[in-house]
Design a protein around this ligand. Structure first.
Ligand SMILES: Nc1ncnc2c1ncn2[C@@H]1O[C@H](COP(=O)(O)OP(=O)(O)O)[C@@H](O)[C@H]1O
Ligand SMILES: [Mg+2]
Length: 376
């Protein structure tokens, strides 16, 4: 995948198949469905409004019913999109009943006119289809797609942070997701087509080492806040490849390569949140998650840059092999499990609604698996 979209179906489906196999081995359970996340700069968000007349629960009871709420959300969904976009999430932000605005949950209130304000998030249809095709060809069916940063937020943010307002930065390999919460709901989303893998290629180019060596340098000795290296300025030894002599690189030099790239990504994040900082407060500060959040000094640099309190967000423990997944790298995966589970509980009929499996691929794989089992 590159910048959040599938660029090589064959390679991506192999990765998916390998991940599923590992999960099956570890859990001792067969997996045939999944929730997949999608991110990147093919994602767009817009705020839309819908209005309906309240029907009430019955002729005598004019309280707003679940049906009214569903109708007013449906009305807000009626937005003109270009043909190549599909709706990924519809997030209710607030309701207005007659003249009273800012209502979180209008159920059971009495009124004549119900208005909704929703955050509609769309993604490119071809990007979504390519992703689903890959997963299907690896033998899995996709229960549904979930916005990447929304899943990560579910795993790492506290209710209090979401209430106070918080900016989630999901720093991945090829993409960085930004999700802004206000009064408990995500009202702002942006996908940035840059991420931590750029840091790796910078190190590789500037130091003339392979991408693998550069990645290793970043993960084991990388830092983006030089003051942290004052007491620990040792050199990094890179083994020479192809008969070349080994290389010694001062750690501070690597930090000087990494920092500007991270600042550049933060700059793009700031650009996305700047239009909102006047009207909204982010009392919960900034939370950074995703694999890139493991970089040494990232919270210090972000605090200095955004002038807000910053923490690194790891998934909170949900039992099991806690130590292994309580790492920012697994924020999206843990969030998908939590959010996917919640959506399945919410609507028992999710399979009917969101079944986007292409059945023939699944069938062919099962058929070959059967042949392999029976005859080889
Ligand atoms: N310990 C670490 N230090 C610095 N960077 C890391 C570390 N672990 C992972 N990364 C970086 O995180 C990125 C992957 O983030 P991840 O959230 O797993 O990917 P994505 O969300 O894009 O699928 C990679 O660029 C990787 O180099
Ligand atoms: Mg990630």
């Amino acid at each position: 995948m590159r910048k959040g979209v599938v660029v090589n179906i064959e390679a991506t489906l192999k990765s998916v198949a390998a991940a599923v196999e590992a999960a099956e081995l570890m859990s001792g359970r067969a997996v045939d469905g999944c929730w997949a996340s999608i991110g990147g700069n093919n994602i767009e968000g817009l705020i839309s409004r819908g209005v309906v007349a309240v029907n009430g629960k019955s002729r005598e009871n004019r309280e707003i019913s679940q049906k009214d709420v569903e109708r007013v959300l449906e009305a807000a969904r009626a937005v003109d999109f270009s043909m190549d976009r599909q709706i990924l999430e519809v997030i209710p932000l607030a309701y207005k009943v007659d003249n009273q605005s800012g209502i979180r949950n209008p159920l059971d209130m009495i009124g004549v006119r119900l208005e909704s304000e929703v955050h509609i998030i769309t993604c490119s249809m071809t990007s979504a289809q390519n992703l689903v095709t890959c997963v299907n060809r690896a033998g899995l069916h996709v229960n549904g797609l979930i916005l990447q940063s929304l899943a990560a937020g579910r795993a790492v943010l506290t209710e209090e942070e979401k209430e106070l307002g918080v900016v989630l930065i999901d720093l991945g390999g090829g993409t960085t997701g930004v999700l802004g919460y206000s009064q408990g709901t995500p009202f702002l989303q942006a996908g940035i087509p840059a991420g931590s893998s750029q840091v790796t290629s910078d190190i590789s180019i500037v130091k003339g080492v392979s991408l693998e060596a550069a990645e290793k340098i970043k993960v084991t000795a990388g830092c983006c806040w030089p003051p942290l290296l004052q007491d620990n300025p040792e050199d990094i030894l890179v083994p020479g490849s192809g008969g070349r002599a080994p290389l010694t690189i001062p750690r501070i030099q690597v930090a000087q390569i990494i920092q500007p790239r991270i600042v550049e990504i933060f700059d793009m994040v700031r650009e996305k949140i700047a239009p909102h900082t006047e009207k909204r407060v982010f009392g919960g500060g900034v939370v950074i998650t995703g694999g890139g959040a493991n970089l040494l000094g990232i919270a210090d640099l972000a605090a200095e840059f955004f002038k807000m309190p910053v923490r690194v967000g790891s998934p909170l423990s949900t039992g099991g092999l806690a130590a292994d997944y309580c790492n920012p790298s697994f924020a999206t995966a843990v969030g998908l499990v939590l959010e996917g589970g919640a959506r399945e509980n919410e609507s028992g009929d999710h399979k009917k609604k969101a079944d986007i499996r292409l059945p023939e691929f699944n069938f062919i794989r099962r058929f070959f698996d059967w042949i392999k089992r029976e005859f080889f």
